[in-house]
Design a protein around this ligand. Structure first.
Ligand code: NAD
Length: 488
């Protein structure tokens, strides 16, 4: 039986579906109703240890020595199985995360191409031959080798796509993995895990352990058998993980929070800029790390921009995520909805004016679940807490600026540096901004589009390291130098 149909959900360790060692269960919810969706087995520290040992055994006994062709073949087979399962996985994601079904389908449908991409670039992972400065007889070369067991610690906002973008390059480089999905949204990862055996991956190459960050996550990142931790989540958690990983000098990749600016100059294509603002507040209910949450708009067009944005937001269909007409679903959890509402109170105390579209009272069907409507903070300034702290919900601050220098200053006046968007028709200005913005991704006249082929990762408190692109595989390797004296 497919383990995803068999409650309470177990976890995948060494190719076997197992209950947690102490039999403890935790609930996972349907954010659209607030009802319990399923019960899930929680791992113990001993289960984590078993999973890491299984991953290490699989690495030592065969996976590290598989050929690039074999790893590519298995990733492509996984891509084909994923394609077969997209509809089912999309529904699981919608039920567990609250994403509108059209959004789940769209993002999951892109995943087979991502798996194909990583299968295809495996041959690009190679070393160099380096002529030695003073020794003609010595052959001097580098080998790119895998690291061993990688721990993948995941957030709840895009469980499936973020997991695949960590998993595929780790496996492609020859590592084995232990995945810890978010305890809030574990279901799609468990359904994904059910595909590995069918794809032909040997037991132990991919393991999944369920449970909270404080117990299971911590046990995993502290485990001495883990060589690398790849984490996506909040900045405070990332810093704690980096500190924990330091004890064993583990490699870490951290994809953390953001407070990205959308900078709109007065020569911008205004409707296109409004499109980006609407997309970023509505998509996944604003629970997107790269969402532009600070709208910096040049003074001369500020009123026009706000008016167009308000018209668009007033027409957003918020409601049942299983309805294909729905554009915006609930937030992921009661705690997240309360956190966002608390920020709206903070905004009022700081002198900003929250304006929600439309009035939630007009949507009685959203009263039960964890819904918060799109909300603009007008009369905001960049110094407010709501402009500096990541809210991670459908809230944007509208902030004016006079000129390019001030726009740049405000945009960079944040501890985050994940992404930035500039709208202007002045090419020179666009390039000056692109070079000076302190952020890992910059988009001009378009939204930030993460794509599997381009390196993605934050500056400053938004993270360390890159995912996607060739860099993602290289982050999963270590470089060895070999010297061989051919004269003997
Ligand atoms: P979170 O930091 O609360 O949790 C993320 C994961 O870490 C969960 O699996 C959790 O169980 C685990 N965890 C928590 N404490 C831990 C510990 N001490 N040791 C080990 N693991 C621990 O984040 P979240 O609320 O799930 O996700 C939202 C955050 O993720 C936002 O800040 C968002 O910006 C960020 N995010 C970043 C990116 C990116 O690519 N930069 C993408 C998506 C989300």
């Amino acid at each position: 039986m497919n383990p995803i149909d068999d409650q309470p959900y177990r976890m995948l360790i060494d190719g076997r579906w197992q209950a947690g060692g102490e039999g403890a269960l935790f609930p996972t919810y349907d954010p659209a109703t607030g009802d319990v969706l399923a019960q899930v087995h929680a791992a113990t520290a001993r289960d984590v240890d078993t999973a890491v040992r299984a991953a290490r055994r699989a690495y030592d006994e065969h996976w590290r020595d598989t050929t690039p062709r074999e790893r590519a073949r298995l990733l492509r087979r996984l891509a084909a199985l994923f394609e077969r399962e997209v509809e089912k996985l999309a529904w699981i994601e919608t039920r567990n995360v609250g994403k509108p079904i059209t959004h789940s389908r769209e993002s999951l449908s892109a995943m087979p191409a991502s798996l194909d991409y990583f299968a295809g670039i495996i041959p690009a992972v190679r070393g160099d031959t380096i002529p030695m400065l003073n020794h003609a007889s010595v052959l001097n070369f580098t080998l790119r080798e895998p690291l061993g067991v990688c721990a993948l610690v995941m957030p709840w906002n895009y469980p499936m796509t973020l997991t695949l973008h960590k998993l595929a390059p780790a496996l492609a480089a020859g590592n084995t993995v232990v995945i810890k999905p978010s305890e809030i949204t574990p279901l799609s990862t468990l359904a994904l895990a059910a595909l590995f055996a069918e794809a032909g991956f040997p037991d132990g190459v991919v393991n999944v352990v369920n449970g909270s960050g404080a117990s299971v996550g911590e046990a995993l990142v502290r485990h001495p058998g883990v060589a690398r931790v790849s984490f996506t989540g909040g900045t405070a958690t990332g810093a704690a993980i980096q500190a924990a990983a330091a004890a064993d000098v583990k490699r870490v990749t951290l994809e953390l929070g953001g407070k990205s600016p959308l900078i709109v100059f007065d020569d911008a294509a205004l409707d296109a800029a409004v499109d980006v603002a609407v997309g970023d507040i509505v998509k996944n209910s604003g629970q997107v790390c790269i969402a532009c949450t600070r709208l910096l708009v040049q003074d001369g067009i500020r009123e026009a921009f706000q008016a167009r944005l308000e018209t668009r937001l007033a027409a957003i269909r918020m409601g049942d995520p299983s309805d294909p007409q729905t554009q915006m679903g609930p937030l992921v959890s009661r705690a997240q909805a309360e956190r966002v509402r608390a920020y709206l109170d903070i905004a009022r105390q700081e002198g900003a004016t929250p304006r929600s579209y439309p009035d939630p009272a007009s949507r009685p069907e959203t009263a039960r679940g964890f819904y918060v409507p799109p909300t603009l903070l007008t009369t905001a300034d960049n110094g407010m807490r709501t402009s500096q702290e990541e809210i991670f919900g459908p809230v944007q601050s509208l902030i004016g600026f006079k000129d390019e220098a001030q726009a740049l200053r405000i945009a960079n006046d944040t501890r985050y540096g994940l992404a930035a968007v500039v709208f202007t028709r002045d090419g020179g200005r666009a390039l000056r901004m692109a070079r000076r913005l302190e952020s890992g991704s910059v988009a001009v006249n378009t939204g930030v589009r993460t794509s599997v082929d381009a390196p993605f990762g934050g500056y400053k408190h938004s993270g360390i390291g890159k995912e996607r692109g060739l860099e993602a595989i290289l982050e999963n390797t270590q470089l060895k130098n070999v010297k061989y004296d051919t004269s003997l």
